[in-house]
Ligand binder design. Structure first.
Ligand code: NAP
Length: 250
């Protein structure tokens, strides 16, 4: 699968799933625009790409990132950056809710809006939204995350319909628990809260719904992203792909 000559913008590329996706596209010959809120210039250098800093919680920062991306001719946009906050809905801080919706739903909309005209002009494009299994089902205490991710699936479908005639596909990936710093933090927190070892938290809490009883590796998500961005997937659009160990088979 060669992506030579293609430019890919991956948000939140400094860690976890975004890092694996950025590495995979670089390996396949793409020029990678490595976005993150924290300095990832060494990673960008390692991948032969370019580091773009922006805080996606700041709408102005996202607009500036979109302008840079448009100037650099982004062919493939991977909306990946995200974070989790766990609290009962009646205790959920409004500011945190708004930040989560901004980073995980509004920023993908802003970047899509900024980069679609260039893709249309070139007659080719790919938008991949990293959603979550929580874009399809719910769990308690994750109301903002679940709302943002369900919204991201709506954005995926709506833009797919508008962009399809221009050779552009728009799809979402919906992973269950992937072994990343985000999930490792959650495992540590739950181990403390429940007073049990981390391995038991993984087995009893994180894999409670799983048929395949292990965490997903970030590289597995990256391989699906590569396929969806490839020519072979040009008939696939407006779709949501679970990679969830069988979670939603129940
Ligand atoms: P991660 O390792 O924490 O990586 C997330 C990246 O997004 C980090 O580099 C983070 O930067 C960046 N980010 C967070 N807030 C940002 C902001 N305001 N502006 C710019 N960048 C920001 O998490 P991950 O597990 O790889 O998650 C990546 C995506 O996959 C997320 O959208 C997540 O919801 C989704 N997902 C993950 C799992 C899972 O099990 N891991 C499952 C389903 C879906 P900092 O580290 O500096 O904050």
């Amino acid at each position: 699968m060669s992506f030579k000559g293609k430019t890919v913008l991956v948000t939140g590329a400094g860690s976890g799933i975004g890092l694996a996706i950025a590495r995979a596209f670089a390996r396949e010959g793409a020029r990678v625009l490595v976005h993150d809120v924290r300095d990832a210039s060494r990673l960008a250098e390692e991948l032969g790409g370019v580091y773009l800093q922006a805080d996606l919680a700041d709408p102005e920062g996202v607009e500036a990132l979109g302008r840079r991306g448009a100037e650099m001719g982004v062919d493939i946009l991977v909306n990946n950056a995200g974070f989790q906050h766990i609290a009962p809905v009646e205790e959920f801080p409004l500011a945190t809710w708004q930040k989560m919706l901004q980073v995980m739903l509004t920023a993908p909309f802003q970047l899509t809006r900024a980069l679609l005209p260039g893709m249309k002009g070139r007659g080719w494009g790919r938008i991949l939204n990293i959603a979550s299994i929580h874009a399809l089902v719910a769990s308690p205490f994750k109301s903002a995350y679940i709302s943002a991710k369900h919204g991201l699936v709506g954005l995926t479908r709506a833009v797919a319909l508008e962009a399809g005639p221009f050779g552009i596909t728009v799809n979402a990936i919906a992973p269950a628990y992937v072994r990343t710093p985000l999930v490792e933090g959650q495992i540590r927190d739950q181990a403390k809260t429940l007073g049990i070892p981390p391995e038991e938290v993984v087995e009893k809490v994180f894999l409670a719904q799983a048929a395949v009883r292990r965490l997903i590796e970030p590289e597995e998500v990256a391989e699906l992203a590569l396929f969806l961005a490839s020519e072979k997937a040009s008939a696939i659009t407006g779709a949501v792909f679970p990679i969830d160990l069988g979670w939603t088979a129940r």
